[in-house]
Design a binder for this molecule. Structure first.
Ligand code: ADP
Length: 181
């Protein structure tokens, strides 16, 4: 039993869908950011492109104030969502995959910390991408297990978690792990 997890959450709805996270009409979308918070490729690039300058300006302010050394791996922080349909972007930094060093606690922390930030906003519907499964090379089956377990066991007021998976294989892996048909 791990004390960082709460009791199984029974009121939360968890779904998986194939699509683009920038189009989601939820309170908050999660960004698989990097520590710099100043943008990157993948989902990060898409969020900044579609959300406009306002998100980058907010990230620069965070770098100039509470996160001068960047956002550590496993942490999360919220900004405006700029022109996205969501109200907030929650930026989290996933671990890079290592075959010799299990970083699943850091990956779980991304989800738990994002939900904690969501509670503080408060956001009750949150869309997550498959954090760390792109440039950071985390195997999708492992990442799906860690992500879904963390969200299921999180002690949070968030009522809807939607995993938004870009490609079909990643979507199928998450849907299967969720028992969604
Ligand atoms: P990381 O650096 O954490 O690995 P990436 O952005 O490289 O982050 O990849 C994370 C996942 O996000 C990958 O599965 C990638 O295919 C997916 N992805 C890329 N663009 C989008 C998007 N617009 N919406 C949802 N998922 C996306």
């Amino acid at each position: 039993w791990n004390s960082r997890y709460g009791a199984e959450n029974t009121t939360m709805r968890i779904t998986a869908t194939q699509g683009d996270i920038t189009e989601q009409r939820v309170d908050a979308v999660v960004n698989a950011a990097n520590s710099s918070l100043l943008g990157g490729g993948g989902v990060d690039g898409a969020i900044h492109r579609r959300g406009g300058r306002e998100i980058l300006e907010a990230c620069k302010q965070l770098r100039a104030s509470e996160h001068t050394d960047g956002l550590p791996v496993g942490h999360a922080v919220a900004t405006t969502a700029g022109e996205l349909p969501a109200r907030w972007v929650i930026h989290t930094v996933g671990p890079t995959y290592s075959a010799s060093w299990d970083r699943s606690d850091l990956l779980a922390s991304c989800y738990l910390e994002s939900l904690r930030v969501a509670d503080s906003l408060p956001a009750t519907s949150v869309a997550f991408p498959a954090v760390s499964t792109g440039v950071y090379r985390y195997p999708v089956d492992q990442a799906a297990r860690v992500a879904i377990r963390a969200v299921r066991e999180a002690d949070t007021g968030v009522e809807l978690v939607r995993f938004v998976l870009f490609d079909e294989q990643t979507y199928r892996t998450f849907a299967t792990e969720l028992g969604q048909h």
